[in-house]
Every structure is written in structure tokens, then in C-alpha cells.
Design a binder for this molecule. Structure first.
Ligand code: ZN
Length: 505
């Protein structure tokens, strides 16, 4: 919906400043300062939090000649903002037609609002008329083709090192002869070296993560290192001065029924590696030594397209809300939380058996006395859970307000603020997911049809033993929505707890 009266209070915003075509002859600093004041007043009046300002001092027509816009786009694509504030839509989208496509799509895909003093634009809302107007410049088909080609071009130039969007851990972005490249950032680089050295000495990724977290290492996008983030660094040829293409594949929201944008880490065979311009952090000998050990232990990640775990995407850690993962240790598959030290792991087969037992028990009860089971799907436990979730959500809200205060007081610089805010936001979205799951479960317990549920569970149990991992996973997903897993440290192997939420009927 687009209206000036929309409630914008509490939204996080980036502020984009650029001269309009009409102001071309005027003094840039003066013009931008004037616009900045107007927009800051607007933000204050509407309760919008400005996180960062992007003043476009040089103003070329092409996207590549607008460094602030490129930076803003990256942040918008990363979903850092709820909205972007600018004087009018023209500042954002003016330029060559094909560049407009990239810009508008970034806002659309990330569901970021464009807020101008005149009007609020929501590009993910298909019926937004202004957007429709912009699109009529080209036929829909033409628009899509050009856009796809350009997106690939932009991605390529980022990976090429022509425009280094976000420096990898251990590096800092610098511009040499107007060409952005990477420089070693020693406070992080020392941890990178440590990771490689420890791994070569035989330590595993989890103990390395624990070790460097304790020494104060912090990754860019989350609060602490874990198995995956350490492993990703150990695998990355960036640290011997190479540039990797095609390491990640992006699958956009809506394709193949995905509900959000997904990044897949491709298997190594699909990577393209070339020499970069940046200095290596680790010497080749150590790197090769680590790769040799890694290759022996290499287990394709869960995102390589084939499902190896029948419980994939089903079991969440009750502690932190992250998906539990299947990992083979000493030849035996285990189910564990990715966060070091979060909760104790369990042999995979024990959890799988417990899930099947639960289904058998539910089926039995449904058959014996259908109504009592559904009445007995105790919503009071769920209601208690819901109350606890609401309390925690209120506390994350207070944490967020406190962070804004610290930013305004100048106690935090922007990187620190973002880092802390990311942690709080991750926690908040985990809680919100849990809230939605719980609400659905309560609703379901009140409305479900015992006979159809029984039939679905029976089908799962009858076909489970003759199915492969992918099929088993699909079977379980047909009846179970989420399983919350919990286990205290140093308890018996079977002393783990599972809370089930069935899919709505
Ligand atoms: Zn956890």
C-alpha cells in the first residue's frame, strides 16, 4: 500500500542523497545538506531511525559511477533496512533504463520500502501504480531478459574484484588507482592464520571456533564463529590471494516454491578460481596442507541439492532456534546444533527412532479415541510457551531501543551498532518464527480432523522403512511441521527431549 499516512515509526532506514537533474549546476555540498535536513526532520516526525547516510557526491548516470548507490544496493539486498529515505523516486532510479531494473528489483526482492516526503513506495506490492508505470517503459519480457543479464554482470564485476562489495573476514576494502581491492586487516588476519594453523595441528572446526571466540574474534555478520563459518574460511582460496567465482548460487524467492531468497554454497568442483590482486594471508604450503586434511573429511553440505538427512529442515534447537544438523563423526551420524556450546548432540538414529515412536503413539491414540486425543493435544502447554515467547520478544524490543540510544549518543560506531543489532534481530526473528509455529499449533489443535490426520500418519509409517533419505524427509514433512530438540550437557545419550508441532490439517 502506498500512502503518506502509513505508520513508519520504528523502521530502520538508510538515507540516500543525490542532486536532481534540476540542481545540476548548484554546489553539491550545499544542496545535499539542505536535503539531508529536510529528510532528517521527516524521519524525526515519523519516528524513523536513520542508521546510515549515503551522500552521492559524484553523480554519474551509470550505476558503476555511483559508488554510494552500489553500497546502498548491497545493504538493501542484505535486508539491512526496512526503508530507504530520499527526496523523490527519481533520485534513486534516474539513470540508464537497464540500471533502473537492478535498483528497483533490489528493493522489491528485499521488501524494502522507498520513503519520500511525498509518498511511500512498496515495490513488492504488485499493484503499486508508479512501479507499474516505470515498468511500462519496456515490455515485461524485455525487462526480465535485460535485468537477468545485468544482474549477472553486476555479480561478476563484484567477484572480479573490480568492485569488492564486502571484504571477506581478514581483509579491508581499499581503493588503489581508483580500483577497489583488498588489503590485509591485521586484527582479523591473525585469527585467520590461527584457524589454519590449529586445523593443520589436528583441531576440529568447533574447537577452533570456541578458541578464537574466547580470544575475542568476531565474524562480520554474526555474534560468534561456529563450525560452518570456520570451515568456510578454511576452504576459501581468497586467503592465498585467489579469487573464487561461482562459490555461491542464489535462488530467488518464489522459484521452486521457495519462500525466501536462498544462497547455496556450491561444491568445490563447480568453483572457478583465478589469481586476485590482493595479498595472501596464509602461505600456500599451509593452505594446501589444510586442504588435504579437509578433502579427506569433506562432507557435502546439506545444501548441495540432495538430502542426506531424513530430518532435514524439521528439527530446531530449542535453545537458539537454529536448524539442527546431521554430521558424521567417527563414522557415526549425529544430530547437533551448529552453535558451539549451545546444546548437547545425540546419535542421529536415536532421534529418528524417537520421532517415529511419537508418530506411532499418536496414531494409536487417534485410532482408539480420536476426540480425546485432539482435546488432549494439550494447548495449555502451548499457551505457556506462547507467553514465554512474548516476554522474550518484549525484552529484545527493549534491547533494540537501547542500541538506538547508544548509536545516537555516539557510544557505538556504525559497524559495532550493526553487529549488535544483527544479533538482536536474529534472536527476534527466531522468536517470531517460534511464535508463528506455536500459534499455528494451537489453532490446529482446535480444528484438526482426526480421521485425516490418522490416515496421513499411517501412510508415513507404512512407507518409511522402504524409502530413501530424501523420500523419508518428504514423508516426515507431510505430517510434522517442527520438532524442538533439547538436551543438557553431560546427560545420558537418551536424555534428550523433543516437542512436536504437527502440520495443520
Ligand atoms: Zn542451539
Amino acid at each position: 500500500m502506498s500512502s503518506c499516512n502509513q505508520d513508519l515509526s520504528g523502521l530502520d532506514a538508510g538515507l540516500y542523497l543525490r542532486k536532481s537533474r534540476m540542481e545540476e549546476g548548484l554546489d553539491t555540498d550545499e544542496v545535499l545538506a539542505k536535503h539531508q535536513k529536510t529528510l532528517l526532520d521527516y524521519a524525526k516526525e515519523h519516528g524513523i531511525h536513520i542508521i546510515e547516510t549515503y551522500p552521492e557526491v559524484v553523480s554519474g548516470e551509470s550505476l558503476y559511477a555511483r559508488p554510494q548507490m552500489l553500497r546502498l544496493l548491497q545493504d538493501v539486498e542484505d535486508g539491512r533496512y526496512d526503508c530507504v529515505l530520499c527526496m523523490d523516486l527519481d533520485r534513486l532510479s534516474r539513470g540508464r533504463m537497464k540500471d533502473q531494473g537492478i535498483i528497483l528489483d533490489a528493493f522489491k526482492d528485499s521488501e524494502t520500502l522507498i520513503v519520500t516526503p511525498e509518498k511511500v513506495y512498496n515495490l513488492s506490492d504488485e499493484i503499486d501504480e508508479e512501479y507499474a508505470e516505470l515498468k511500462t517503459f519496456m515490455s515485461r519480457r524485455e525487462y526480465k531478459i535485460i535485468n537477468k543479464r545485468l544482474r549477472r554482470g553486476l555479480q561478476q564485476s563484484i567477484e572480479d574484484g573490480c568492485y569488492v562489495a564486502n571484504a571477506p573476514y581478514g581483509y579491508k576494502k581499499v581503493t588503489i588507482d581508483r580500483k577497489p581491492t583488498l588489503e590485509i586487516y591485521e586484527p582479523e588476519a591473525k585469527f585467520v592464520r590461527m584457524m589454519f594453523q590449529l586445523y593443520a595441528q589436528g583441531y576440529g572446526c568447533v574447537s577452533i571456533a570456541r578458541h578464537i571466540n574466547a580470544l575475542g574474534a568476531r565474524p562480520h555478520r554474526s555474534a560468534e564463529f561456529n563450525r560452518s563459518s570456520v570451515a568456510r574460511i578454511l576452504h576459501s582460496p581468497v586467503y592465498v590471494g585467489k579469487i573464487v567465482w561461482n562459490q555461491k548460487k542464489h535462488i530467488k524467492k518464489g522459484i521452486k516454491g521457495n519462500t525466501k531468497n536462498i544462497v547455496i554454497y556450491q561444491p568445490k568442483e563447480k568453483w572457478t578460481i583465478t589469481d586476485g590482486l590482493h595479498p595472501p594471508i596464509v602461505d600456500k604450503e599451509l593452505f594446501d596442507q589444510v586442504q588435504a586434511i579437509l578433502d579427506k573429511r569433506y562432507i557435502p553440505s546439506r545444501n548441495d541439492g540432495t538430502i542426506k538427512s531424513p530430518l532435514a529442515g524439521l528439527v530446531k534447537c530449542a535453545n537458539c532456534g537454529m536448524n539442527m544438523q546431521r554430521l558424521v563423526m567417527k563414522g557415526e551420524p549425529y544430530l547437533l546444533c551448529n552453535r558451539p556450546g549451545c546444546c548437547a548432540s545425540t546419535r542421529f538414529t536415536l532421534v529418528e527412532e524417537r520421532v517415529l515412536e511419537y508418530l506411532e503413539r499418536t496414531l494409536e491414540q487417534l485410532t482408539l479415541s480420536p476426540t480425546s486425543v485432539l482435546a488432549g493435544r494439550d494447548t495449555s502447554v502451548l499457551e505457556t510457551t506462547l507467553t514465554a515467547i512474548h516476554k522474550e520478544l518484549a525484552s529484545t524490543q527493549r534491547q533494540k531501543s537501547r542500541l538506538y540510544e547508544l548509536l545516537e549518543l555516539g557510544e557505538y560506531d556504525i559497524p559495532t551498532f550493526r553487529e549488535r543489532m544483527d544479533v538482536v534481530k536474529n534472536k527476534q526473528s527466531a522468536l517470531e518464527r517460534k511464535e508463528a509455529d506455536t500459534l499455528r499449533a494451537i489453532q490446529d489443535a482446535k480444528t484438526s480432523d482426526p480421521a485425516s490426520l490418522a490416515a496421513k500418519i499411517k501412510y508415513v509409517l507404512d512407507n518409511y522403512s522402504t524409502s530413501d533419505a530424501t523420500q523419508r524427509n518428504a514423508l516426515l514433512h507431510s505430517v510434522i511441521q517442527t520438532v524442538f530438540y533439547h538436551k543438557e550437557k553431560k546427560t545420558k545419550p537418551t536424555a534428550f527431549y523433543l516437542d512436536f508441532i504437527l502440520v495443520p490439517n
